[in-house]
Design a protein around this ligand. Sequence first.
Ligand code: HEC
Length: 138
Amino acid sequence: MTRFLPALMLLVLAACDGWPESPRPPPPAPPPDGAVPRGDAARRAALASPAPPVDAALLAEGAARYAIFCTPCHGATGRGDGVVVTRGHPPIAPLPPDPERTMAAIAANLAGAHPVADRLDARQRWAVARHVATLRAP
Ligand code: HEC
């Protein structure tokens, strides 16, 4: 009998036709009306365009954050004439006024020169981006 066991096993296995297809789970239900996003969802919503509205307070906050985090390289007016350039850093191009590019540069730590994503919350990033948009560097 043991001589035929392997052959028997092969026969049994050959009869296997795989597992039957499981039914697909239903898609997740959408959030109910009035739900307030939290955690990651809240962060993504805060970073999404076009929040928040531009007003004097936002621009003032942006100017202050820009002076702290950006002037050393980009200069006070965004021309790329910050102090690092006067001390040997290769020239830096003038800042583009598009707020989305500022948001992207911070989010992606562009060129390893923008490691400030954890120091500027969503509102502050928008504030800096709006401030940069007012610079109109040549
Ligand atoms: C350590 C120097 C340094 C600091 C500080 C710095 N940047 Fe930059 N930034 C650069 C360099 C260098 C480039 C050019 C990168 C390249 O050539 O790809 C650049 C490019 C950019 C660009 C252009 C992105 C594009 O789409 O071309 C934006 C916008 C920008 N920086 C915004 C900022 C803002 C806002 C801050 C302050 C929160 C900041 N940077 C702080 C060095 C710096």
